[in-house]
Ligand binder design. Structure first.
Ligand code: LLP
Length: 479
């Protein structure tokens, strides 16, 4: 089929529309003799029968292996410049009790950014001393809770938060370790980064004020400044943006370090993954080495010791381990310039994967219940929501005979899909099932319509009055 404006330039007609590009699917994903997709040793058809669709499936061994590989990559890179590293799993990508256990057992610390995420991490048994607490607008109650829990570091995101954290720590009689989030002016995505004097976004303090505010933090007896922090973006494929950002931060780091040792530098997360066969991120080992070398040469230039490093990957650990299964409901061919696009509508959509709608993200889809040797047809996988932007996979190819009742799988949905899931159009959120060595278990229960109805306070009020629920009681449940 000729490439037209309606088809993205990167998309190629596959030789085999059943093939599973290895960089996109969990490492051990394969097809069995019947052509069924197998995840964690279980055929997708069996998973769908047992748990229904849509279904988030996470390959536990894959997630654990990625966590271990990323930690090893950063440890080797840090060792090559005679320092050490802490790798935090960024829970915003996907946080649940099981996932916290997998990553902490692999040796990672945990990064959270709200009271809710903190509650999950603590309830999952994460060591509070190995939790980092982010957020550009933490409430005083959240800060107090983090201090009381003994969280290892609170990342101060604004000037006003210095006093808030200092006061909370003083009230609790503790010395709280903190980092200062700095906006380096570097914003990166995929192969490019943009470096400006100021980045126009809400996170962190400006680079010019880093020394002043670091010094202010140090003036509080209840605070202990670990170091500067920076996060330059997400889905980044190489080390250049991190290196530029580190270079910028190191001038401020060195100035603070000359007054009193500043032990650490945290360069955030953002390491990219392959969503399609056209994506080719640099291996994490190379990225880690590139960053470590940039930090070491910057420290050398400023005449300060190489600090301990810290990173916060989320997507690169859990993203490729996840696959979403859907059942096809309708297939509609629609004429487009130069051919046809087949709208394949599935039983989920923007409520379980908002990323195409939010960011124009690309994904890969394959038949999961069978293979077919029909020629490939251009498809757009749409959801069941009442919105034309309800797209899960904007463009890919499936065998031409894709039909209602087929099970399809969308790859690399482990990160920021369940976390961004919502109940638009009163669609219940699907369960998350972990698969490993032929065993499947629910790690997050799916919602039912009864769950949705149970939250509707208006339905509880027998005479239709919604003032029956006392406001104080309602507030109390949200503390
Ligand atoms: N550290 C900080 C301070 C962050 O803000 C983030 C992501 C991370 C670490 C983890 O980044 P990762 O390694 O997962 O790329 N919802 C968007 C991504 C938002 C990322 C926000 N911060 C998406 O679905 O692409």
């Amino acid at each position: 089929m000729a490439t037209t404006a309606a088809i993205p330039g990167w998309l190629r007609v596959p030789d085999d529309a059943n093939a599973l590009a290895p960089q996109v699917w969990p490492e051990r994903a394969h097809r069995d003799a019947d052509g069924r997709l197998v995840l964690g040793g279980l055929p997708a058809t069996e998973l769908a029968e047992r748990f229904g669709t849509p279904l988030y499936v996470i390959d536990e061994s894959d997630a654990r292996a990625r966590a271990a590989r990323i930690l090893a990559a950063f440890e080797a890179a840090a060792a090559s410049v005679d320092t050490t590293v802490t790798v935090y799993y960024a829970g915003k990508a996907f946080l649940s009790g099981a996932v916290v256990r997998w990553v902490t057992e692999a040796g990672l610390a945990v990064d959270v950014c709200t009271g809710g995420e903190l509650a999950v991490a603590l309830a999952s048994g994460a060591d509070p001393a190995r939790i980092g607490f982010h957020g550009n607008n933490k409430s005083v109650a959240e800060i107090e809770r983090a201090v009381a829990a003994g969280v290892g570091a609170i990342i101060i995101d604004s000037e006003v938060e210095i006093e808030r954290v200092a006061d909370a720590a003083a009230r609790a009689g503790r010395v709280q370790r903190v980092r200062l989030r700095v906006n380096s002016g570097v914003h990166a995505s995929t192969h490019e980064f943009l470096a400006t004097a100021h980045e126009d976004q809400k996170f962190g303090v400006s680079l010019e004020r880093a020394v002043e505010l670091g010094t202010r933090i140090r003036s509080h007896a209840s605070l202990d400044l670990l170091g500067l922090h920076c996060h330059i973006g997400s889905q980044i494929f190489d080390s250049a943006g991190f290196a530029e950002s580190a270079e910028r931060l190191l001038a401020a780091h060195a100035e603070l370090d000359r007054v009193a040792p500043l032990p650490e530098l945290n360069l955030g997360g953002g390491f990219g993954i392959a969503y399609t066969s056209a994506d080719d991120p640099t291996p994490i080992e190379q990225i880690a080495l590139g960053i470590a070398e940039a930090v070491a040469s910057g420290c050398h230039a400023h005449g300060v010791p190489v600090p301990k490093l810290a990173f916060e990957p989320g997507r690169s650990i859990i993203g490729p381990a996840g696959v979403t299964l859907y059942t096809v409901g309708t297939v509609k061919p629609v004429p487009i310039e130069g051919g046809w696009r087949h709208y394949v509508s599935v039983d989920g959509g923007m409520s379980d994967n908002a990323r195409a709608a939010l960011y124009g993200a690309d994904y890969t889809v394959r038949l999961a219940s069978r293979i077919s040797h029909e020629p490939p047809a251009l498809v757009r996988v749409a959801g069941k929501h009442c919105e034309s932007g309800d797209i899960v996979v904007d463009a890919d190819y499936l065998p031409h005979d894709v039909a209602p009742g087929d099970l399809v799988a969308v790859a690399a949905t482990g990160a920021y899909c369940w976390s961004l899931a919502n109940n638009y159009n009163h669609v219940p959120r699907p369960p998350v099932v972990a698969v490993r060595d032929g065993v499947a278990r629910v790690i997050v229960r799916g919602e039912t319509e009864a769950d949705l109805l149970a939250r509707d306070a208006g339905l509880d009020a027998p005479d239709g009055r919604d003032d029956i629920v006392a406001p104080a009681a309602a507030e109390g449940t949200r503390a």
